[in-house]
Design a protein around this ligand. Structure first.
Ligand SMILES: [Zn+2]
Length: 356
C-alpha cells in the first residue's frame, strides 16, 4: 500500500506519504507556509501518524524540498516544538527518525569547497533584505535544529540529496531526481558573483526571481510494492526531464509512467518544458495550490497536461483547494475527454490518493 495525503497547504506544499502494512511507515514532505503548522497542519498530521513501540507518533523521514517559506515554515515549527519538548524534559511530541534537506551552503561547497564560508559575512549583512533573510534564516534554523536533535547528515544518504542518489527507507525505494549537477553549478555561480561583487543583493535577486532556490528543489521518485510517485517540490520542468534521464529512471528521450505525479511549483507554467507531460504520465496528478496569492495553477499548465493525453485516457487531476479559475478551465477541458477531477472537500483536512 502506498498512500499520499495532501494537506491544505494554502499556496504551498505539505503532504504525508505512508506505506507498508497498514501504512505503518510515514514520511512528511514539506510543511506549508507561515501559520500553517499552528493553524491546521499539526492537528491534521498527528492523528494520521503511525505509532512506534512506545506509542509516540512517528515519522520515518521528514523531507524539505527547498528552503522557501511556503514549504519550509511548517517544518521549522515542527522541529522547534521537538527542541522545546526536549528542553523541558518531555518526550518528543513526534518522533522524527530522519531529516532530509539540502543546506544551500553544502550545495555550493560541493561545487566549490569553502565558497559558502567566504560568502557568509555578506549573508550576515543581508538581514535588511527581507526575501534573502527569510529564506536564509529558515535554512539556518533547520540546520541548527538538525544538529541539536541529532538529525544532521541526511541519513542514510550522508550527503546532500543530489540526482542519482538512491536509498531504501524501510521498504520505500527512493531515487533522487533533482537537483542535478547543472543546478548546483548555477547555484555556485550565483554565490561566486555575490562574492566578487561583495553584494548580497546578487543573492537577493536570485531569491526574488525564485529561479535559483527552485532550481535546487529536491525531487524524488518513490516506489513501494510496484506503486510509484514523482514528488517534485518547486522544481523547474526543464530540469525534471534531464534529472529523470541522469538518475536512470528514463532512457534518453524516453518516458515514464507513475501512479502519482505531484506537479512542480503548484502548477506554474514558468519554466515548464513543453514535452514534460508527454514524457511523464500518471494516473493521478496532484496540484497543491489555492490560487489566492499566486495565479496557480496556470490555465496553460492544465491545457498542456490534458493536451498531452489521449481523449479516452482515464486519469484524475486532484486539487488541494477549490480554485474557481482552475475549475472553469478543467470543466472546459473535460468536454469530450474521459479524465476526472477531484477537489479536497472544505471539511476534510486532506485529499487522499490511496494505491493498493
Ligand atoms: Zn512553492
Amino acid at each position: 500500500m502506498l498512500t499520499l495525503e495532501f494537506f491544505d497547504a494554502k499556496h504551498g506544499d505539505a503532504f504525508l506519504t505512508r506505506w507498508g502494512d497498514g501504512g505503518d511507515r510515514a514520511m512528511l514532505v514539506d510543511g506549508g507556509p507561515t501559520g500553517l503548522w499552528e493553524g491546521s497542519l499539526r492537528a491534521a498530521l498527528l492523528p494520521r501518524l503511525p505509532r512506534s513501540g512506545v506509542g509516540a507518533p512517528t515519522l520515518d523521514a521528514v523531507m524539505l524540498s527547498h528552503v522557501d517559506d511556503d514549504h519550509a515554515a511548517g517544518l521549522v515549527r515542527l522541529l522547534a516544538e521537538i527542541r522545546r519538548a526536549r528542553r523541558d524534559h518531555k518526550p518528543d511530541p513526534i518522533s522524527v527518525r530522519r531529516l532530509w534537506f539540502n543546506a544551500v551552503e553544502e550545495l555550493v561547497d560541493r561545487v566549490d569547497p569553502d565558497l559558502s564560508a567566504s560568502v557568509q559575512p555578506l549573508l550576515d549583512d543581508a538581514h535588511h533584505d527581507e526575501a534573502v533573510a527569510a529564506s536564509y534564516n529558515q535554512g539556518r534554523e533547520i540546520r541548527d535544529a538538525a544538529e541539536v536533535l541529532g538529525l544532521q547528515g541526511n541519513q542514510p544518504f550522508e550527503a546532500p540529496l543530489v540526482c542519482g542518489a538512491v536509498t531504501d527507507l524501510a521498504g520505500l525505494a527512493v531515487t533522487v531526481v533533482a537537483p542535478d549537477q547543472a543546478a548546483l553549478d548555477a547555484l555556485a555561480t550565483k554565490w561566486r558573483q555575490a562574492k566578487k561583487a561583495k553584494d548580497p543583493g546578487v543573492l537577493a535577486a536570485s531569491y526574488t526571481d525564485r529561479s535559483i532556490p527552485n532550481l535546487s528543489s529536491i525531487v524524488v521518485h518513490v516506489e513501494h510494492g510496484g506503486r510509484t510517485a514523482l514528488l517534485t517540490g518547486d522544481a523547474r520542468g526543464d530540469r525534471l526531464l534531464t534529472g529523470l534521464e541522469q538518475s536512470g529512471l528514463v532512457a534518453k528521450g524516453g518516458g515514464l509512467h507513475v501512479d502519482v505525479f505531484k506537479l512542480p511549483h503548484h502548477g506554474s507554467i514558468n519554466n515548464m518544458e513543453p514535452d514534460l507531460f508527454e514524457r511523464v504520465t500518471a494516473d493521478h496528478y496532484v496540484i497543491s495550490a489555492d490560487g489566492v496569492r499566486h495565479h496557480h495553477p496556470n490555465e496553460e499548465t492544465l491545457e498542456a497536461l490534458v493536451g498531452a493525453r489521449g481523449s479516452a485516457d482515464k486519469y484524475t487531476i486532484h486539487l488541494t483547494n477549490e480554485i474557481p479559475f482552475a475549475a472553469t478551465k478543467l470543466a472546459d477541458l473535460q468536454d469530450g475527454r474521459a479524465f476526472a477531477t477531484r477537489t479536497r472537500a472544505a471539511a476534510e483536512p486532506v485529499i487522499r490518493v490511496e494505491l493498493s
